[in-house]
Write a protein that binds this ligand. Structure first.
Ligand SMILES: [Zn+2]
Length: 290
């Protein structure tokens, strides 16, 4: 994706380089973990499984940083800017206001309204403070560990997290929190899968919008970008991650959908690019026949 010269979002907080000690928050927040729905890119528990079964080796792997961290940040800010443009437009078309989210860059460890988190959980969105949390080293991990290379794979990740913000704005997140109180874990997981697939759908609809965008007269999207996003969606399906981590899959524990489903919903978003076709909650066949 072309990004040099693109508008960078200003809804950005840079908390990289702050040590754990430096993050101490004054007042009564310390020690209290507020448990809220936190929305990850892939299953948080799966990340833990990867960590325990694979030993430390996966995280000790030498990172190949193709773009350089500063570029990675600038790239992310431009992507975030385009996501603002797109969602403002979509909400306005429906006569609704859109509150833009904030993107937080951090390293290793971060305090959020949803509790504290280490970068091992991967990128996530916290509805409690309407922030997308990114440790940029995950971009390398995505390429090296999950086999999802290419710059637009990272754009898909950001777009997926912003998709969760859109769900927060639309009230979908609150409905999920209600459901959590009355359902068994396996039942709730099925809704969680639908929530995640909808975030993939929204990422796809944004990608479609990007096709019409230009910087200095040049198309922003480059050949291969959409394939990079599709490959990323495919690489982080629950079945694929579980198979890699433990050699078998447990469908009841799926929280994000299979690789085929994630790919299918991104593709569907890319095809239709509207709210209407993104109703994963009422879809009969989550694989969309693929
Ligand atoms: Zn997610």
């Amino acid at each position: 994706m072309r990004y040099r010269g693109g508008r960078k979002s200003t809804n950005v907080e840079n908390r990289t380089g702050t040590s754990r000690g430096g993050l101490a928050v004054g007042g009564g927040i310390g020690g209290i973990i507020i448990v809220l729905l936190v929305l990850f890119l892939g299953g948080g528990d799966v990340t833990d499984i990867l960590n325990s079964s694979g030993g430390n080796s996966v995280y000790q792997q030498e990172a190949v940083n193709t773009a350089g961290r500063e570029d990675q940040q600038e790239y992310s800010e431009v992507v975030f800017g385009y996501l603002e443009d797109y969602w403002n437009q979509e909400f306005q078309a429906q006569g609704m206001d859109y509150q833009e989210p904030t993107m937080v860059f951090y390293t290793d460890y971060v305090e959020t309204a949803c509790g504290s988190a280490s970068s091992a959980v991967g990128p996530f969105y916290c509805p409690g403070d309407q922030r997308v949390y990114l440790d940029l080293s995950f971009a390398d991990e995505l390429a090296n560990q999950y086999g999802a290379g290419g710059d637009f794979a990272w754009a898909y990740v950001i777009a997926h997290e912003v998709g969760h913000h859109v769900q927060q704005e639309l009230g979908v997140t609150d409905e999920m929190a209600q459901r959590r109180q009355s359902l068994s874990e396996a039942e709730y997981n099925q809704y969680q899968v639908r929530l995640e697939l909808q975030a993939d759908y929204y990422a796809g609809s944004w990608a479609k919008y990007m096709e019409g965008e230009t910087i200095n007269g040049q198309p922003v999207l480059e050949i291969g970008d959409i394939d990079e996003a599709l490959n990323a969606a495919n690489s982080i399906g629950d079945d694929t991650l579980q198979q890699q981590a433990q050699g078998y899959v447990v469908p009841d524990s799926f929280t994000h959908g299979t690789s085929a489903q994630r790919k299918a919903w991104f593709e569907r978003g890319y095809r239709y690019g509207d709210f209407e076709h993104g109703d994963t909650f009422n879809a009969e066949d989550l694989s969309l026949g693929t």
